[in-house]
Design a protein around this ligand. Structure first.
Ligand code: ADP
Length: 545
């Protein structure tokens, strides 16, 4: 027997319709890329989304078309999130920090029809444009007064595109499983892979995280500084969570310096913020240097990389800010766990409490986690056994966008997603990442591919074999250490290896240290054993650390 309840589709646009109707006067504040501060309300934002939706339709955008954004966190990017998805098209957020060939691949693979670009990124797009075959026009996210001279063609001005349009839009209703947003993850070998979120997955993710956060999340009394970039997994879902909670939203634009963030935190009386550890290290440095305290902030979410314990303690003990660690992935929308302590654990003495807070946390309702041994056995949740973390739930990908090989590699036979993280889970459900099976280094929240580094150095005349591993770094979380084995009778120097790599990889990929070793540990199948290598260098301190 079926239940007899209505079925209303879970769509994204109604989240803003709700905010406009119920929290219409709540503010959205942007530090503009052009300079200055922009303010308006949810009511005004919703009308602009209507104008943008009408403009997109006038441009010929159809349901399921991909619309790319190369943009900072601003009110305009926020408008794109809702207007694009609201007409049934797909908002494809592009990470401008990727390499040029990755960006070209992503835009072409997604078949983006239009690209909405912030002023900062116009020079990058000018270089790539000849290779972006399907892009019909570039829209610069600015007003007429700030339109740049550009070789991009055809080029449109965002504000001029919106100006003639009516803010009233006939928002269509469609299947909740329709694709809403697309985000590529990179860094592993091979091409970037796309996670294609649906309206349903986005709404369920937003709702579920409120429950998982055990009352720490957003309310009408909060002011949220959105530091995590909107080109990174929908800024962890906050652009969808803030409107339904009626929370004030503050967008930092292009300036992520400690000073700029502190100014916004203070001026906008921010109570909640979210971002990766590297940004917070910059902020803490600024606060220390100027003898400043955070007076309005009460909670913060930090994830993307394991945050150092010293940083958690400083925020909590010096500034009275509850520090919440989160774990997630592009493939999981992204939030998979939050480390919020229930009362009994929150009352533990400091050392035991921070021992727990270093863990990545517990899954919210609707998200299943398991750990699997090398032999495929499902392991105990005893806090000791460690295996590959696998997850499933309504906001986890069921496959990669148009990439069957990557999908086959990532999905377990019984439908669980293989995260490539190695973890233990304790009896209370606290998950702790202990290692990684994916061969990557995460620096400042961005991936460096170990394999690409190794392949680049292998042409060096004195190097026969090489392996890159992550080592901890106080500012960047991790930085690469490159271990090279010399060819017989040769002695490669660190300087010559770095000089050799200089024009082959991005400057921020260059290893922080190069060590010459007689050999590398290998597995039975002849591959370099990264686990053994990491163990061999577990006490190695980078000269930059
Ligand atoms: P995000 O944009 O959220 O960083 P990515 O897909 O780029 O998502 O990276 C996901 C990976 O980052 C995870 O599989 C894990 O290796 C790492 N990661 C994310 N959060 C944490 C955390 N809190 N602690 C340790 N590693 C983390």
């Amino acid at each position: 027997m079926l239940g007899q309840m209505m079925h209303r589709p879970l769509l994204i646009q109604p989240m803003m319709a709700y905010a406009a109707a119920y929290h219409g006067d709540q503010e959205l504040v942007t530090r503009c890329v052009e300079g200055g501060i922009h303010r308006y309300t949810y009511r005004a934002a919703y009308a602009r989304m209507g104008q943008l939706a009408n403009a997109l339709t006038r441009l010929g955008v159809k349901p399921h078309d991909r619309i790319g954004t190369v943009a900072w966190n601003t009110h305009r990017h926020f408008e794109l999130y809702y207007a694009v998805a609201g007409i049934g098209a797909v908002c494809h957020t592009i990470n401008p920090r990727l390499f040029h060939d990755q960006l070209t691949y992503i835009v072409n693979h997604a078949a983006d029809r239009f690209l909405f670009v912030d002023l900062t990124f116009v020079p990058i797009l000018e270089k790539l444009a000849p290779h972006l075959k399907g892009v019909e026009a570039y829209v610069i996210l600015t007003d007429g007064a700030h339109m740049p001279q550009t070789t991009l063609h055809p080029v449109l001005c965002y504000e001029e595109l919106l100006a003639p349009e009516d803010g009233v839009c006939e928002w269509p209703e469609f299947d909740e499983n329709t694709a809403a947003a697309l985000c590529y993850t990179s860094g592993t070998t091979g091409n970037p892979k796309g996670a294609l979120y649906s309206h349903r997955s986005t709404v369920i993710h937003a709702l579920s995280i409120f429950v998982g956060a055990d009352g720490r999340w957003l309310t009408t009394k909060d002011s949220l500084l959105l530091v995590v970039p909107m080109f990174h997994v929908s800024a962890w879902g906050f652009p969808f969570m803030a409107p339904i909670a009626g929370t004030k939203l503050v967008f930092p634009g292009a300036d992520y310096s400690g000073q700029a963030l502190h100014e916004l935190l203070a001026a906008e009386r921010v109570t909640f913020t979210a971002g990766v550890p590297t940004v917070w290290i910059g902020l803490l440095g600024y606060l220390r240097e100027h003898g400043l305290k955070l007076t309005t902030l009460t909670r913060m979410l930090c994830g993307g990389t394991a945050p150092p314990e010293a940083m958690m303690r400083e925020f909590e003990q010096e500034h009275g800010v509850e520090f919440i660690q989160g774990w997630g992935m592009t493939e999981t929308s992204p939030v998979g766990s939050l480390c919020v302590l229930p009362p009994a654990q929150a009352a533990l003495p400091d050392d035991a409490r921070y021992r727990l807070k270093r863990k990545q946390g517990r899954a919210p309702f609707g998200y299943d986690m398991r750990i699997v041994g090398d032999d495929g056995a499902i392991l105990e949740h005893d806090g000791t056994a460690a295996g590959e973390l696998q997850v499933r739930g309504n906001w986890v990908i069921s496959g990669y966008f148009r990439d069957e090989a990557a999908t086959r590699a990532a999905m377990d036979l019984d439908g669980w997603f293989r995260t490539g993280d190695v973890a233990s889970i304790d009896a209370q459900g606290f998950m702790e990442i202990t290692d990684r099976t994916k061969d990557l280094i995460k620096s400042g929240g961005e991936w460096i591919s170990s394999i690409a580094l190794e392949n680049s150095v292998i042409g060096h005349p004195d190097v026969s074999e090489a392996a890159a591993i992550a080592r901890p770094h106080p500012k960047w979380g991790e930085r690469p250490l490159l271990v090279v084995v010399p060819k017989a009778g040769r002695t490669p120097s660190k300087e010559s290896v770095l000089a050799y790599l200089k024009d082959k990889v991005a400057p921020w990929w260059l290893p922080d240290d190069v060590v010459v070793a007689a050999d590398l540990p290998h597995t039975a199948t002849g591959k370099v054993s990264k686990a053994q290598l990491r163990d061999r260098f577990k006490d190695h301190v980078l000269p930059t650390a």
